[in-house]
Ligand binder design. Structure first.
Ligand SMILES: Cc1ncc(C[n+]2csc(CCOP(=O)(O)OP(=O)(O)O)c2C)c(N)n1
Length: 382
């Protein structure tokens, strides 16, 4: 008997908001209808900006991966395939909102104006990124899976206590978006965050990019019920959206953020997407996933989809594509030059900026490290 055709596990019968199909055609059904007007309100310029941002994010992936292969970075986490989820959701934010990323939200950082080259400090082992979090309203990356869901919830609760929620003034009301993966939902921290957020009606959007793999662990070994319903028992309503459809992601996130800022409490968004690259540059996905699966998702690539939409709607031109390409080339050149100029940091800098005021343990550790380092220099073996 021939084997049953491969089926993506994330594509269950669970309702999914989709406004543009993978051939770039607009569509609407009962589930997506409430979101359709928000996507229709995006004009051709806005859609071209989505394309530009997604393309630059992918370029960042490609260049950073090459830099890692050349020994300029210790590690890199690609966002290839997840650009629509990131660009669509980040464009739904207002300037005063806050984002709490995990470690592959390069597209979110780009939209928020964080210089992406600065994110590479982390992957080179220089510092934790070190961008001005207040200026961009983007927290530093978090590599401890799921922990930042609690930090973001606490931050959102602070927004409520500071009287920045439900005032009715769109320039004042604030909300928080926290990004995490499907694997993070298995962490207790994420469940605790759901509970705190619901009980306190915190202005927060939990944005889960279900890219179908937690390193080598597939969805079917991570959860039995749909992730979009994971918050319901805590009192956090959920929405499942096609994470490769930037328009649907934008509309769903904007709806959830507007509700949060107005005092309507948290929402969980499950953006169904696919990590097209490796988990990190240390991983080899060919060891655990099939070519059939990769091909299926390559045909649903988010950038190809928005190109098809722009072409179908007469919003595409070769000169526009060339401009974005030139911008990408310049960005990539600048990124390479910058990373190579960073050199190696003095190991002692790891003790700087740990505490705002002098701290006895920090000072003792600094002194131990200084002596340890000096011991190598004496023997001349370092
Ligand atoms: C608390 C904790 N446990 C384990 C790890 C090791 N780890 C790093 S990434 C990862 C998988 C995360 O998968 P997911 O949340 O789906 O995010 P993705 O990397 O797919 O975006 C794990 C288990 C970690 N960093 N932190």
């Amino acid at each position: 008997m021939p084997a049953a055709p491969w089926q993506p596990s994330a594509l269950t019968a669970e309702p999914l908001v989709q406004l543009v199909d993978h051939a770039g055609q607009r569509r609407v059904d009962d589930v997506s209808a409430p979101y359709e007007p928000l996507a229709r309100a995006l004009d051709a310029d806005a859609l071209r900006t989505f394309y530009r941002d997604m393309t630059l994010t992918r370029r960042f992936d490609e260049e950073s991966t090459s830099l890692q292969r050349q020994g300029e970075l210790a590690l890199f986490t690609q966002s290839k395939g997840q650009e629509a989820a990131q660009i669509g959701s980040a464009h739904a934010m207002r300037p005063q909102d806050w984002a709490f990323p995990a470690y592959r939200e390069h597209g979110v950082l780009l939209v928020r104006g964080v210089p992406l080259r600065q994110e590479l400090h982390l992957f080179r082992g220089i510092d934790h990124g070190g961008w001005d979090t207040e200026q961009h309203r983007v927290h530093l990356n978090t590599l401890v899976i799921g922990s930042h869901a609690l930090h973001a919830t606490g931050y959102a609760m602070g927004m409520s206590r500071d009287g920045l929620v439900g005032t009715g003034d769109p320039t004042k009301d604030e909300a928080t978006v926290v990004y995490f993966g499907d694997g993070a939902t298995s962490q207790g921290d994420v469940s605790e965050a759901f509970n705190f957020a619901a009980v306190n009606q915190a202005p927060i959007v939990f944005f889960c990019q279900n890219n179908q793999w937690a390193i080598s662990v597939p969805g079917e070994l991570q959860y039995r019920g749909p992730l979009s319903r994971r918050g319901e028992g805590f009192g956090v309503p959920g929405v499942r959206v096609d994470g490769n459809d930037a328009l649907a992601v934008y509309a769903v996130t904007k709806t959830a953020l507007d509700k949060a800022r107005a005092g309507g409490g948290p929402t969980l968004i499950e953006a169904v997407t696919f990590r097209r690259g490796a988990h990190t540059t240390s991983d080899d996905p060919t060891r655990y996933r099939s070519e059939t699966e990769e091909k299926y998702w390559a045909e649903r690539d988010p950038i190809d989809r928005i190109v098809a939409l722009l072409k179908a709607e007469g919003a595409w031109s070769d000169s526009f594509a060339a401009r974005v390409q030139a911008e990408g080339d310049e960005f990539a050149d600048e990124l390479r030059t910058y990373v190579r100029s960073l050199g190696r940091p003095d190991p002692m800098t790891m003790f700087d900026n740990v505490y705002t005021t002098p701290h006895a343990i920090n000072e003792a550790e600094r002194e131990w490290m200084r002596q340890y380092d000096a011991s190598f220099k004496k023997g001349g073996s370092r």
